[in-house]
Ligand binder design. Structure first.
Ligand SMILES: Cc1cc2nc3c(=O)[nH]c(=O)nc-3n(C[C@H](O)[C@H](O)[C@H](O)COP(=O)(O)OP(=O)(O)OC[C@H]3O[C@@H](n4cnc5c(N)ncnc54)[C@H](O)[C@@H]3O)c2cc1C
Length: 409
């Protein structure tokens, strides 16, 4: 089968890898618009569920992802005028650039023809065209009416920045300014860099003149606002070189249909998921797994594409509800600002408002050093148990990269 993936992001590259693994005789091409090594964004987060899937579909790239990933051990919540609080949980993070370089190398080693600085203009002649060209998919736009594409814009403004300040763990920081609240979602993703996503309402954005400042001046203003969190380090906007800024409103993309003849949508081209739950990359890669499974069964293309869509829609639904509730919470964030610190961070963690009472009691208790250390220990044990089930993995390795437990409460 001749397969062309338009877009060399996580969806397109990972599907190319899985297609080649399923049948080395497939002729698989990836067309990526950008030059090699150029991408957007900084680090992304993920959890054990994705790692389990990656190890079961391709242990070779999974091990490289595992080895390169950074681990964080809890969430820290900071807000002007409130004491620092903590939320239980752990996860992993990895630079998007690093993830793509692992997937590219794996695809090339399997014989995938990866072409950079290429576009969707070269797709004729393929038996299957995978539109993995992101939220603004040009392939999808060629037939937007058929796909029934809808794009809804989130109310808040956000920008995806990086910083050389290495945060200890996943950190939410809320600052009160003369123009209203503005906050960041930050986490380390290698030994020298953290992701730093800034978000605020449009009124605060305009009140801080972020709508008028260029990338350099905008970053300078944010460095001043968030100085207490950055330890003197700079914020970097990738868009500075192109003369623009990275400020956006989140695009929530949905499609009524995901296929059209031999064209199928995958990843952000099919569905986007708000960054507040950090799952878009995971979902894009799990789409690739589902399509690979559907095709591996053999037979006609149309039922295989239908099976893929059906499986993925079912898996996505709860996460998309969570993402929507999460993004709406952040749009209402100023309404929660008057809450005392423990209730504020609990409201942040229970953004869907569905937690039972015991979760609040646990949250209160674990603001104290000893219960917090015990819970972290229990979660580390769970992480270790899951890691040792994965083939060829030394479960202790990531522990060496774990953030140290602070001595304070
Ligand atoms: C601020 C922010 C933070 C995020 N954080 C996380 C996170 O922590 N964890 C997580 O899992 N997800 C996160 N995401 C979501 C994640 O980035 C996306 O969901 C994921 O990248 C989707 O993968 P994809 O392969 O479908 O699309 P993309 O990663 O967008 O890849 C599409 C590729 O197609 C290329 N392309 C575009 N048009 C063409 C064309 N016409 N021809 C050829 N190539 C083309 C692009 O250059 C790009 O390389 C975040 C998103 C945002 C905005």
């Amino acid at each position: 089968m001749r397969i062309t993936c338009v877009g060399g992001g996580p969806a397109g590259l990972y599907f190319a890898v899985l297609a080649k693994l399923a049948d080395p005789a497939h002729e698989v091409t990836v067309l990526e618009r950008n030059p090699r090594g150029v991408t957007y964004g900084w680090g992304v987060v993920f959890w054990d569920d994705l790692l389990d899937d990656l190890f079961s579909y391709d242990p070779v790239s999974a091990r490289q992802i595992w080895d390169a990933a950074c681990q964080w051990d809890e969430y820290e919540v900071r807000a002007t005028g409130k004491s620092v609080t903590h939320l239980a949980g752990y996860g992993f993070s990895l630079g998007r650039h690093k993830l793509l370089s692992i997937l590219e190398a794996r695809a090339l080693s399997l014989g995938v023809d990866v072409r950079w600085s290429a576009s969707e203009a070269d797709i004729s002649g393929a038996d299957l065209i995978v539109a993995a060209d992101g939220a603004g998919s040009a392939v999808r736009s060629l037939d937007a009416g058929h796909f029934g594409t809808s794009v809804a814009y989130g109310g808040n403004k956000y920008i995806w920045l990086g910083t050389s300040h290495v945060f200890r763990t996943f950190t939410f920081g809320f600052e009160r300014t003369h123009a209203g609240w503005i906050w960041f979602h930050a986490y380390p993703f290698d030994s020298s860099t953290s992701t730093f996503i800034v978000e605020c309402t449009p009124a605060t954005w305009a009140g801080l003149e972020l709508d008028r400042l260029d990338a350099a001046a905008g970053c300078a203003r944010l460095e001043t606002i968030f100085a207490a969190h950055l330890d003197g380090q700079r914020l970097v906007d990738h868009r500075a070189d192109s003369g623009g800024t990275g400020w956006m409103n989140f695009r929530r993309v949905t499609n009524e249909r995901w296929d059209n003849g031999n064209v199928v949508l995958m990843g952000d081209a099919a569905h986007t998921t708000h960054f507040a739950i950090g799952s878009g990359t995971k979902l894009a890669m799990q789409d690739a797994m589902a399509l690979a499974d559907a095709l591996a069964a053999g037979g006609e293309l149309a039922p295989a594409l239908e099976k893929y869509e059906h499986r993925r829609r079912a898996a996505l639904a709860p996460l998309q509800r969570a993402a929507l509730a999460s993004s709406e919470w952040f749009e209402r964030m100023p309404d929660y600002a008057a809450l005392p610190s423990i209730r504020f961070s609990y409201a942040l963690s229970d953004r869907r408002g569905e937690y039972p009472l015991w979760r609040y009691l646990l949250h209160r208790a674990t603001q104290q050093a000893v219960p917090r250390a015990l819970l972290r220990w229990a979660l580390s044990a769970r992480r270790w148990t899951r890691a040792r089930r994965r083939p060829g993995v030394a479960p202790t390795a990531p522990a060496a990269r774990a953030a140290p437990l602070p001595t304070g409460g």
